[in-house]
Write a protein that binds this ligand. Structure first.
Ligand code: SF4
Length: 135
């Protein structure tokens, strides 16, 4: 049995609480507050306490979905990316880059969120970018 804790930062908001992820045999099974972290001093809010739960949720999407004839249908990554790129190009050509907004997620890493905002500003030409992790 391999049981250990991995220290990390809660991704859900800008407070930056430190937490310990409880890992059993390679599976994430729980979250504990970090007792000596200056920010949270052994406390987490309810979102932090449950930060591990989405990882193994049966409700997570496991394949891209593309809307066809009014309903979402499973698609390959290539198809989903092709549809996304062509629709974004079409919208940008018709209405300009500022007509689009991008929303990222607290469930992404800081690095992933950084890449998204870089793509938006430098690549797509819009400053309309936000994430639910912002307070
Ligand atoms: S969501 Fe809660 S636990 Fe996570 S950083 Fe914000 S206040 Fe801390």
């Amino acid at each position: 049995m391999d049981y250990r804790f991995v220290k990390t930062t809660c991704p859900y908001c800008g407070c930056g609480c430190q937490m310990l992820l409880e890992v059993l045999d390679g599976n994430l099974i729980g979250t504990m507050p970090h007792k000596t972290a200056p920010m949270n001093q052994g406390k987490l809010c309810i979102k932090g306490w449950n930060a591990h739960e989405f990882v193994r949720s049966p409700n997570r999407l496991t394949t891209p979905l593309v809307r066809k004839n009014g309903s979402l249908q499973e698609a390959s990554w290539d198809e989903a990316l092709d549809v996304t790129v062509s629709r974004l190009r079409e919208i940008k050509e018709k209405h300009g880059g500022e007509s689009v907004a991008f929303l990222s997620s607290a469930r992404c890493t800081n690095e992933e969120n950084y890449l998204l905002q870089k793509f938006c500003r430098a690549g797509f030409g819009t400053n309309n970018v936000d994430a639910c992790a912002r307070l």
